[in-house]
Structures are given as structure tokens and as C-alpha cells.
Design a protein around this ligand. Structure first.
Ligand code: IDP
Ligand code: MG
Length: 138
């Protein structure tokens, strides 16, 4: 059984879409093994997205990600990391497949409703960024 890290981004939480998105995730067969509502500081956002430091949108991305509360979750399923990337859809909601979370809740390439880890290595890093081992249910 594999785990991934996901978070519902600030605009989706602010728009009242967190519950609908969580229901989608559960209906997709992902087991939630940890979850919290939290508000990133600028420093948190910069550290979390450090891999994108050289990208032109880094400033915009980190400002947006600390602009309101997010819902952080750890999910579990077979082939979780890759399956869940497919499940949420392409980075740009305009290019995301029908029925995906980003297609239905994303507003733009920046405000795209949800994050998902892109590899097992990053999943492990991102899970431990937000959760201690004792916050993950067995
Ligand atoms: P991903 O979230 O699908 O893995 P990444 O390329 O890792 O996409 O980018 C991280 C996040 O940065 C995206 O989810 C999105 O919020 C934001 N982002 C990506 N590309 C752009 C862009 O061209 N303009 C503004 N924000 C962007
Ligand atoms: Mg990414």
C-alpha cells in the first residue's frame, strides 16, 4: 500500500469546496490516514515549494499558498502516487480531463484547487513536512 500527500489549496477552501473535494477523494477509493486544516506562513510555503525556487511563478505561488487556510491530508491506496496524480488532473485546469478535481474546482494554472506529490520520494518528504508519525492512523 502506497501513500501520497495532498492539500486542498486556499481558494478551494475559501470557496467552501473542501467538503466536496474530500468526498471525491473518498469516493475514488483513497483512504485518508491523516488530515488537518492549517494556514501556511510565507516561510512554510517557501520551504514546501523550494524545488520551484528558480521558476518564474515562485513568488506568486508562495504568496497564494499562504493567503488562506489549506487542508493537508495523507492518502493511502495501491499505486497511490501515480493514480492520484491522474485522479486530480493536469496542472492547468483548462487541460485537465473531465471528471477530475482540477477540472471541476480549479480556476487557473496557479489557482488549481489541489496539490499532489509527484513521486514516492517527494510524498515521504511532504508527509513529514506536515505530519508527525503519530498523526498517521494505522
Ligand atoms: P503540479 O502541482 O501539477 O505538480 P508544478 O509544475 O509542480 O505542478 O507546479 C506547482 C504549482 O505551481 C502548481 O500546482 C500551480 O499552483 C503553480 N504553477 C505551476 N505553473 C504555474 C504558472 O505557469 N503560473 C502560475 N502558477 C503556476
Ligand atoms: Mg509538482
Amino acid at each position: 500500500m502506497e501513500r501520497t500527500y495532498t492539500m486542498i489549496k486556499p481558494e478551494a477552501v475559501a470557496d467552501g469546496n473542501a467538503g466536496k473535494i474530500i468526498a471525491r477523494i473518498e469516493a475514488g477509493g483513497y483512504r485518508i490516514v491523516a488530515m488537518k486544516l492549517t494556514h501556511l506562513t510565507q516561510k512554510d510555503a517557501e520551504a514546501f515549494y523550494e524545488v520551484h525556487k528558480e521558476r518564474p511563478f515562485y513568488g506568486e505561488l508562495t504568496a497564494y499558498m499562504c493567503g488562506g487556510p489549506i487542508v493537508a491530508m495523507v492518502l493511502e491506496k495501491d499505486n497511490c502516487v501515480n493514480a492520484y496524480r491522474q485522479f486530480i488532473g493536469a496542472t492547468n485546469p483548462a487541460e485537465a480531463a473531465e471528471g477530475t478535481i482540477r477540472k471541476d474546482f480549479g480556476k487557473s494554472i496557479g489557482e488549481n484547487a489541489i496539490h499532489a506529490s509527484d513521486s514516492n520520494e517527494n510524498a515521504a518528504r511532504e508527509v513529514s513536512f506536515f505530519f508527525s508519525e503519530r498523526e498517521l492512523v494505522g
